[in-house]
Design a protein around this ligand. Structure first.
Ligand SMILES: [Zn+2]
Length: 124
């Protein structure tokens, strides 16, 4: 059974994760809006952008870039939400692989991590 974090420490991380959750949700909303705008620009022309023209190429590139940022942001948001649920069920701060306590310094740097440094580097 892993050591549990002090209530005050947990509360501190919960606040940070809540802030992060809010920030990421807003980012996703903004990116979605931007993508919608790009999509509308695209469909307002008669045909879909030709990636061989400079204009079509940069539009496709723009869409691709936004999509990868969006996926990345959604991925982090999922981790943040997962961390919040681990605070709720009392498993936050314990490594998901070996069960050891994750050092608070690591949690400070990566509040949504679920692995200790050893397990995380072993997975690389
Ligand atoms: Zn571990």
């Amino acid at each position: 059974m892993a050591r549990t974090l002090a209530k005050s420490t947990q509360d501190r991380f919960r606040r940070r994760l809540n802030d992060e959750q809010l920030r990421l949700t807003e980012m996703i909303r903004d990116i979605d809006a931007e993508r919608e705008e790009i999509r509308l620009t695209e469909t307002s022309s008669d045909r879909s952008p030709d990636p061989n023209t400079a204009e079509g190429g940069s539009l496709a590139f723009e869409m691709e870039k936004e999509l990868s940022i969006l996926e990345n942001t959604r991925d982090i948001l999922a981790k943040v939400e997962d961390a919040l649920s681990r605070i709720d069920d009392g498993t936050y701060g314990a490594c998901d692989v070996c069960g050891d306590a994750i050092p608070v310094a690591r949690l400070e740097a990566l509040p949504y991590t679920k692995m200790c440094v050893n397990c995380a580097s072993a997975r690389r």
